[in-house]
Design a protein around this ligand. Structure first.
Ligand code: GDP
Ligand code: K
Ligand code: MG
Length: 293
């Protein structure tokens, strides 16, 4: 059989389960997941390889109306996801309305490529509600094939994946057949630490944080990591560190645990907090952190 390969881009509102689905397809925690919106800031590739296929998935930030420069860059990642896909996955969750951004919604309805509309989180709904929702979305996005799924409970995920492979064009692989992602190791260190910050701190703090891994030194059985936690203000620095360093210590312990699983090696991690005034609104700083698209 001829080899199939292509790009499958996952878009949708914040928190509908896009990153959970991507990780379910890939079988690894490539994309960080929390119950907070704007957990995903980048476009992250997850590659699934089989003998005669290569599916290149891309997870994107949830669609929002940008309020500052960082969010503008995040939406550029979403825009690019419309342009290079072979299959578009539009994810919605039970009970939600369509995308608040009409331009994005119109692009989906008028897409020239196959659209799979995944109605996620059906583990939380009753049969009757599910039927209503399927009817509603059939009307709203007539060009889409609708699949009720639970990304979290792995329900119907395999079926969707098989359908994706059917829809992909014949093509040589785009990446080496042992590749899992296009992102470097340091990216996953940054993201793991950021996930722990999203989980451990309230309100504005997680949104004011960016992580930079300055050192990643891998030996036979240990990886030594040195990471900087960037905040926008001196007061935020105090909050991140916490009383006698207790808060940042907790972040370090949790991040280390996940990173040891991810890399399969012992991890030694050192973290520092630095103030980088208003980095979120500064295009030069954003470029430095990889938000140029
Ligand atoms: P994203 O913002 O669209 O990438 O969404 P995430 O993947 O980060 O998930 C947001 C929240 O929804 C997390 O708390 C997930 O555990 C939860 N979630 C994702 N998929 C499901 C699902 O199928 N069922 C339920 N009950 N929760 C889910
Ligand atoms: K989220
Ligand atoms: Mg996400």
């Amino acid at each position: 059989m001829a080899h199939k390969a292509g790009f499958v881009n996952i878009i949708g509102n914040p928190n509908v389960g896009k990153s959970t689905l991507m990780n379910a397809f890939v079988g690894e925690r490539l994309s960080i997941i929390t119950s907070k919106a704007q957990t995903t800031r980048h476009r992250i590739l997850g590659i699934v390889n089989g003998e005669d296929f290569q599916v290149v998935l891309s997870d994107t930030p949830g669609i929002i109306k940008p309020a500052y420069e960082l969010q503008n860059s995040m939406m550029d990642f979403v825009k690019s996801a419309f342009e290079d896909a072979d299959v578009l996955i539009y994810m919605v969750e039970i009970g939600e309305k369509e995308l608040k951004d009409e331009a994005f919604f119109n692009k989906i309805v008028h897409a020239k490529i196959p659209v799979l509309l995944l109605l996620n989180k059906i583990d939380t709904s009753e049969q009757e509600q599910l039927e209503q929702q399927v009817a509603l979305w059939t009307e709203k996005v007539p060009n889409a094939e609708i699949y009720p799924i639970s990304a979290l409970k792995n329900f119907n995920v395999k079926e969707v994946f098989n359908r994706i492979i059917q829809l992909l064009p014949e093509s040589e692989p785009y990446y080496p057949k042992d590749a899992l992602t296009d992102k470097p190791e340091r990216f996953f260190v940054n993201e793991t630490i950021r996930e722990k910050i999203l989980i451990n701190y309230d309100k504005e703090i997680p949104y004011a944080v960016e992580i930079e891994t300055e050192e990643f030194i891998e030996d036979d059985n240990i990886i030594r990591i040195r990471a900087v936690i960037m905040v926008e203000r001196e007061t935020q620095k105090g909050i991140i560190i916490g009383h006698k360093g207790s808060a940042i210590k907790r972040v370090g312990i949790q991040a280390r645990e996940d990173l040891e699983k991810f890399f399969g090696k012992q991890i030694h991690i050192e973290m520092f907090v630095k103030v980088n005034k208003d980095w979120r609104s500064n295009s030069y700083q954003l470029k430095r952190f990889g938000y140029n698209n």
